[in-house]
Design a protein around this ligand. Structure first.
Ligand SMILES: [Zn+2]
Length: 389
């Protein structure tokens, strides 16, 4: 609790409260307020925050300057995770009639943040909708409402409020709204309404032509409908949008080319991709394609050459797998051990990493659970982290 006190002192000083205290000295009634103030501080020092809050709240009845301290005190409680207390302080402030209009708006904002932290989204929504009517707080309130609609998975409202924020703040929300359209497309697909799903994906690409998620979904939906040609077209767009996500389409692309009996074309495509991308997933796919197309020798020659210049764990495991398949030589037991170790490493490896905050996950999240940014989590090329040096 002592750190709360030291954090509060600069707030009190900045708010002019100290100055007011000093100039009040000698005036009638000031002694009583000073006494209350120090009583409140003593409660804080003694870790009796309930009594401290009670004293400070009582002071707010007679002195509007202390509203600043209550705002800060509430925020500090929220930061410490004591959301109930923050709600109590900010809620009590709002109920006071003596607040200036700006103090009331700020208390509303802080109470809204408290509700968000507590997961009380409906209450937070009501407050931010009220705050949105205030020109100075409009952009902030709209951005918090967008966050709420995302948490509630109300994607239509999230899109509407993103468009609104673009109009008032000039901040582009194209990337985010494209993802919200993809969410709606997935919803429609789950309800077996593919025409609507396609409409949402078209809107996603209209909003953000670089939306790889929309292309991946178009490919998957086409594949499930048995339309392998359309699926290939959609998946190949991913490479032009953001090559970092192509590995997400590689397995499905291979299946589509295989279903159409176009193996030669598949290998040609992978060779072209590999000129730009020597990641483990592409190397592994190309080795597999060569194995099917030309046999073990061609695949081994390719891997031998490739792994010298661009060593990857996925490529190494493929090499060991092919050699194990031949069951030749006295090295069989060594190869078996190597295969086992590389498989264990790959199975326990992180597959995705957020380019913004470094958060590491095993499955692809389009919105980073840590920093809440969209499209920042990307596949790690070899499933294994390499040092930058
Ligand atoms: Zn992140």
């Amino acid at each position: 609790m002592i750190e709360l006190l030291w954090l509060l002192l600069p707030v009190a000083a900045a708010s002019g409260w100290w100055a007011a205290r000093r100039s009040d000295r000698g005036r009638a009634g000031a002694g009583g307020r000073d006494s209350d103030y120090f009583k409140g501080l003593n409660y804080l020092i003694d870790d009796k925050s309930d009594q401290a809050i009670e004293v400070f709240t009582r002071m707010a009845d007679v002195d509007r300057d202390t509203a600043e301290i209550h705002l800060a005190l509430g925020n500090l409680f929220r930061r410490r995770g004591e959301v109930d207390r923050a709600i109590h302080i900010h809620g009590d402030l709002i109920a006071r009639t003596h607040l200036t209009a700006d103090q009331r708006r700020r208390a509303l904002l802080e109470l809204g943040e408290d509700y968000l932290r507590a997961g009380l989204f409906d209450r937070a929504e009501t407050l931010f909708l009220e705050l949105m009517e205030q020109p100075d707080y409009m952009a902030l309130a709209v951005s918090r409402l967008i966050y709420i609609f995302q948490q509630e998975k109300d994607w239509r409202q999230a899109i509407a409020f993103c468009d609104r924020l673009e109009r008032i703040g000039g901040e582009s929300k194209r990337k985010e709204t494209a993802h919200f359209c993809c969410e709606l497309a997935e919803e429609a697909h789950r309800q077996q309404n593919d025409p609507e799903a396609k409409r949402w994906l078209a809107e996603a690409l209209e909003r953000d032509p670089g939306c790889t998620r929309a292309s991946l979904l178009l490919g998957r939906f086409a594949m499930r409908a048995g339309d392998h040609r359309s699926a290939i077209e959609a998946f190949q767009v991913v490479e032009r949008q953001d090559r970092g996500y192509l590995s997400e389409a590689i397995a499905a692309l291979g299946q589509c080319f295989g279903a159409l009996d176009r193996l030669d074309e598949w290998v040609r495509y992978l060779r072209a991709v590999q000129e730009q991308d020597h990641g483990g997933r592409i190397t592994d796919a190309l080795a597999e394609g060569l194995l099917k197309q030309k046999g073990e020798e061609a695949a081994l020659q390719f891997l031998d050459r490739e792994l010298r210049d661009y060593p990857t764990l996925l490529g190494l495991r493929r090499l060991v797998e092919i050699k194990l398949g031949r069951r030749e030589g006295a090295n069989y037991a060594d190869l078996k051990a190597l295969h086992c170790i590389s498989t264990q490493m790959l199975n326990s490896a992180a597959r995705y990493r957020c380019a913004n905050c470094g958060f590491i996950v095993k499955s692809l999240h389009w919105c980073c659970p840590s920093c809440q940014n969209w499209s920042t989590i990307k596949p790690i090329p070899d499933l294994v982290m390499k040092s930058d040096g």
